[in-house]
Ligand binder design. Sequence first.
Ligand code: NAG
Ligand code: NAG
Ligand code: NAG
Ligand code: NAG
Ligand code: NAG
Ligand code: NAG
Ligand code: NAG
Ligand code: NAG
Ligand code: NAG
Ligand code: NAG
Length: 673
Amino acid sequence: MAQGLHLIWMIFCVHLTCISSQQEEPNFIFNGFHQADLYTDGLAKILPKGQLQLTDGSGQRMGHAFIKKPLVFTSPESLSFSTHFVCALVPGANGGHGIAFVLSASMDLTQADATQYLGIFNISTQGSNSSHIVAVELDTALSSEFDDINNNHVGIDVNSLISVASTPASYFSEIEGINKDIKLLSGDPIQVWVDYGGSLLNVSLAPLKIKKPSQPLLSQSINISEIFPGRKIFLGFSGATGTLVSYQYILGWSFSRRKVSLQSLDVTKLPKVPSHGAKKKRPSTLLIVLLILLAIIGLLALGGAYVYRRRMYAEVREEWEKEYGPHRFSYKALYNATKGFHKDGLLGKGGFGNVYKGKALSSSNGEIAVKRVSHDAEEGMKQFVAEIVSMGNLKHKNMVPLLGYCRRKGELLLVSEYMPNGSLDRYLFHQDKPPFSWRRRLVIIKDIASALNYMHTGAPQVVLHRDIKASNVMLDAEFNGRLGDFGMARFHDHGADPATTSAVGTIGYMAPELSTMGASTETDVYGFGAFLLEVTCGRRPVEPGLEGERRFLVQWVCQCWRMASLLGARDARLRGEFSAEEVEMVLKLGLICTNAVAEMRPSMEEVVQYLNESLKLPDISPNSTGIGSFSLLGSNPFPASPITKNLSASFYTSSSANDTTFVTHSIVHGHGR
Ligand SMILES: *[C@@H]1O[C@H](CO)[C@@H](O)[C@H](O)[C@H]1NC(C)=O
Ligand SMILES: *[C@@H]1O[C@H](CO)[C@@H](O)[C@H](O)[C@H]1NC(C)=O
Ligand SMILES: *[C@@H]1O[C@H](CO)[C@@H](O)[C@H](O)[C@H]1NC(C)=O
Ligand SMILES: *[C@@H]1O[C@H](CO)[C@@H](O)[C@H](O)[C@H]1NC(C)=O
Ligand SMILES: *[C@@H]1O[C@H](CO)[C@@H](O)[C@H](O)[C@H]1NC(C)=O
Ligand SMILES: *[C@@H]1O[C@H](CO)[C@@H](O)[C@H](O)[C@H]1NC(C)=O
Ligand SMILES: *[C@@H]1O[C@H](CO)[C@@H](O)[C@H](O)[C@H]1NC(C)=O
Ligand SMILES: *[C@@H]1O[C@H](CO)[C@@H](O)[C@H](O)[C@H]1NC(C)=O
Ligand SMILES: *[C@@H]1O[C@H](CO)[C@@H](O)[C@H](O)[C@H]1NC(C)=O
Ligand SMILES: *[C@@H]1O[C@H](CO)[C@@H](O)[C@H](O)[C@H]1NC(C)=O
């Protein structure tokens, strides 16, 4: 009787564990994919013999396959898994780009790109933390863009194709006691194990019929739960081809949430790698066929190499660009000048894109700086390029000369002269440079005023800068101030919904009316005023870390003035070496230029005269209308749009956005621009 009860109890327990392990899904084993319920897209499909095909030997394509049921985890600690799969990469014409085992927050990777992006990223999701992707790549092409080590490696990718860890494909042979290379693109089946637990991701490789090596090939510490805040992970594979193609297959796959319960794949039951070899011919014709094949392969290789070069340097060129001939640079020339956009030449990363230093393109120019801006908007491009080129025609000794541009798919490259001493903000805010003297600061202020005055009045047509700030002021070899990055802000304006007005610029330098009335010479003067205060006080217009009036520079300077100690607002690092009259004059001018009422601001022409003291400053007091009032895009006759609110909200909570150019759109109610 007691034994009977025991038996019932045991059956009950077994039943319970069954249920709980079902909830813990997905645990599965596929010796061939006949029974598998997979989501597939692109070239991916299950072949009649049970192989999962990712790509089929056609070029520039990709394929994805995912288990439909996601892996769900309740706490970061509970996330662990082990998987074992067998894949085979059969070379087509010339190779292929490789495959990846993918953990993704979404099954939809159809917007990703083939070729070096491996079907998991595109130019805009690459490197973005919002991609939510972890991948183990078996990469069979060398792409220097992503710092690949060779054309036969295994890597761990976290939201980026620049692997956090990578190593040439190999395994440790226990019998011979040495590391042996594995050729990924051999067509032979390869076993891969991926284990995750306790913040360590391990990857091992071995040829078929060799057991799992005791030490992993790659062991990388990462916190995967951090990358999936939604606590839901889709598991699958991605394969991609480029001009180099291959046939990529998965033959079997086993997965478990716990390492101990991972079922081994039965290598004898796995489907065979489909054959792509030439059929056997009669000996008499064999030689001829071989010769023809050889010739075709030779031609294909030549063609492949040609197409590959074409793709590598591919550009977008349209009819209307012909007139800009001299301003249009070839991508190849820029690629060469920057040594393939090598990271050693990286000058900076801005809100708009990375800037690289490059060799001189011709003997008449000096070294260059190339800015790579990724963009999606094709419309508006014509007007934007026209503006860029017309700005390139502006000549002023205090402007950074813009030499030209180049266009590629999803990318624009702007070429300007290289400024050896970097941007002004480094001397104002960074400890690695000695602070500038007052004399030097005043010279730079006058330089910039003169450049801006030229843009507003001296040029053939009025040109707005839209984003004046210390980080856009460059210093040439003699430490003259040079206004750079003009018109860039305008770029982000394009592609916006025409029913909205865009306010583009950097918080703290944006005039209050900008979000409703759009940019004007007055908004540039406002930005210049903020710049004056920034340079004189040695701090940014908005410091989220400070309390009360000190947070907003305009209010703070005005407050100092009210307390009859205007000079107290100056940069303490100036010590005693400055002229009190000049500092006071510049601070007052800064307040006049940042007047909340646009009509009360002076023109740049007047500003230049105030600065060279050929005109006396108007008589103002800290109590005058509009002086010293500051709001984040505020004093707006219309209620702030939700985006504006979010922008300010995020500004208060994060200090990482100090100097980033923003775009905000707010709906204009029945207003023209
Ligand atoms: C990149 O992919 C995202 C979605 O994953 C898509 O929204 C975006 O338009 C794509 N960008 C390009 C340049 O293809
Ligand atoms: C992305 O995430 C990594 C790791 O969590 C972090 O170091 C990095 O700063 C993040 N990058 C951005 C642009 O948020
Ligand atoms: C990963 O490898 C290390 C070193 O061999 C080992 O200590 C660890 O237990 C492994 N982790 C998993 C999840 O297999
Ligand atoms: C991993 O990240 C999660 C969520 O961000 C966190 O709760 C957890 O403590 C982290 N684990 C480790 C080991 O750092
Ligand atoms: C790059 O430029 C150098 C000279 O500046 C030249 O010798 C070399 O051939 C160029 N390379 C290519 C690929 O054009
Ligand atoms: C400024 O540029 C000049 C010319 O390249 C250089 O000689 C000088 O050392 C630079 N000064 C600083 C402080 O970097
Ligand atoms: C001041 O600047 C204005 C405008 O550029 C110029 O006309 C004037 O001659 C300058 N005056 C002095 C004293 O330099
Ligand atoms: C500004 O107004 C305050 C009170 O409203 C007054 O005490 C102060 O004297 C005024 N300052 C100037 C310079 O007019
Ligand atoms: C503003 O932020 C809130 C919460 O942070 C979010 O729910 C909302 O969607 C955001 N609004 C816009 C327009 O981005
Ligand atoms: C932003 O400013 C704060 C306070 O001045 C500073 O601590 C922080 O490092 C800055 N962040 C960046 C990204 O410059």
